[in-house]
Design a protein around this ligand. Structure first.
Ligand code: ADP
Length: 472
């Protein structure tokens, strides 16, 4: 038994509290029992004494022991125990004819005598008369406010002591038994209540990075343990998603790198197979350089995403004129738009400066504008706008292109995601443009959102705080 287990501690607490409660209750019951037994005894003694006083006042002659026994029986219901009766004159001298022979040793204390002389009764408990202490009542017999006799009645406390002892024995026997039963019951209950924790622990031990699809059992009872199981399962779902994302990212990254590397390798192998003219070598090297550029571009993008994800993206913060950035992008991408027969225009541009990394802000915006050019068919148009809205610089890139279905609006920001329509429309593309744009916006404490009507166009809204909190 592990003393530190919740099960054991619960049982120990429960049993200790029960022991204290039972001891307090037992003590209180014992006190109450003793009190009521003593009270009953005093009441009965008082009744016997009063009966004898009456008898003495009405017929002051010899009292027969049978008469005394009868009075004891009447008020005690039995008289097997040692009982005492004796009459004394006001000086305290014993009247042999009016006493039970056994009562010769019944003492008269000076206090009881004094009380009697003042017309008061006294109760006393004396030891040494027999095996058990004796309860004595000394009562004066009065004749018009004059004490004519003293009556002493006594009863052995044997019955009271035996009853109290019996009670103690019962408590001493029942209490440990009750406690053993209660402790076992408590242990079993705690064991049952905590069983799901054992199951959860075993399930959690089985779950590793490779088995994140497994879940711990939910009891469905809605109690604390069920809530814990649900929370664990939700955490596992999140972990599973995160691990899958990392795995997908690695697989996609490897795949994206593999294609240009294969092309590069093929070109170089072909070039080496036979002797070529310098012109042919030049063409091969230029083509190889293109592939190396693609690889470098891809690795740079992956590095940026990895750093942003890890929160270690270095930012060259400075005051950036956003209107100027948009105009530069417009001028740089206008020829590309023209070649696609798409009209790229500048809408309303508010002069706005923010604190940011100029190069990255340029990259973020041109990724979005570049997409707009790729996914807007001929005769379409794209508008760039810049406004300030509630302390935010808002860059709006609207196009009249293919649009984005609702179910894809979350996915387009995931690395390597490309819709099938996008793939067929623009062969060029890695699926990293929007994730990079989002990472840069986040790094500036901003957001990027999309609204779209499939078939009619999309609007990307990038919002950056004008005095951004520096996150990285
Ligand atoms: P890429 O453009 O290289 O495919 P991105 O990350 O830039 O990768 O974009 C991800 C996907 O988002 C695109 O493949 C396309 O499906 C969708 N998308 C992005 N911009 C637009 C847009 N302006 N109109 C329609 N679809 C878009």
């Amino acid at each position: 038994m592990n003393v530190r287990s919740i099960r054991t501690r619960l049982t120990i607490w429960y049993t200790s509290l029960l022991t204290i409660t039972l001891l307090i209750l037992g003590g209180a019951a014992f006190g109450l029992l003793s009190y009521s037994l003593s009270h009953e005894m005093d009441t009965a003694l008082d009744s016997v004494a009063r009966a004898m006083v009456q008898r003495d006042q009405s017929r002051p002659s010899t009292l027969l022991p049978a008469e005394i026994d009868k009075a004891f029986r009447r008020y005690f219901g039995f008289s097997p125990w040692d009982h005492y009766f004796q009459m004394r004159d006001p000086s305290g001298n014993r009247d042999e004819h009016m006493s039970l022979p056994s009562s010769g040793k019944l003492p008269l204390s000076s206090k009881a005598l004094d009380n009697a002389m003042r017309g008061l009764s006294s109760f006393e408990t004396v030891e040494g008369l027999g095996e058990y202490p004796v309860r004595i009542l000394t009562m004066p017999v009065m004749d018009s406010s004059r004490v004519i006799n003293l009556i002493q009645v006594g009863m052995s406390l044997k019955s009271i002591d035996e009853t109290r002892l019996r009670f103690l024995l019962i408590i001493a026997g029942v209490l440990p038994l009750g406690l053993v039963l209660a402790a076992s019951g408590g242990w079993l209950l705690a064991h049952r209540a905590l069983k799901p924790v054992d199951r959860m622990t075993a399930a959690a031990r089985r779950i590793s990075a490779e088995h994140l699809s497994q879940r711990v059992d939910e009891t469905g009872t809605g109690d604390e343990l069920d809530n814990l199981a649900k929370t664990l399962n939700q955490m596992l779902t999140r972990l599973d998603a995160a691990f899958s994302q990392v795995r997908r990212f690695s697989a996609d990254a490897s795949h994206e790198l593999q294609t240009p590397l294969t092309i590069l390798k093929g070109e170089l192998e072909v070039a080496l197979r036979s002797t070529r003219t310098p012109q042919e070598y030049r063409i091969t090297l230029e083509s190889a350089l293109e592939e190396v550029d693609r690889i470098a571009h891809l690795v740079d993008a992956l590095l940026l995403l990895a750093r942003a994800e890890a929160g270690v993206l270095k930012m060259d913060m400075q005051e950036v004129d956003l209107a100027q950035v948009l105009e530069e992008i417009y001028l740089r991408l206008k020829p590309l738009a023209d070649s696609h027969n798409v009209e790229l225009r500048l809408g309303s541009i508010e002069p706005l400066c923010i604190n940011g990394d100029r190069e990255r802000l340029q990259r973020m915006t041109s990724n979005v504008v570049d997409n707009a050019i790729k996914y807007t068919g001929a005769q379409g148009n794209i508008t760039l706008e810049l406004h300030s809205e509630n302390g935010l610089a808002s860059i709006l890139v609207s196009d009249t292109g293919i649009g984005i279905p609702v179910e894809e609006r979350e996915q387009i920001f995931q690395a390597f995601y490309r819709s099938s329509q996008a793939r067929s429309l623009a062969a060029q593309g890695t699926g990293l443009g929007l994730s990079i744009a989002q990472s840069i916006a986040l790094a500036h404490g901003g957001t990027i959102q999309v609204e779209s009507a499939p078939g009619r166009g999309s609007s990307f809204r990038i919002q950056i705080p004008i005095s951004p909190i520096r996150i990285f």
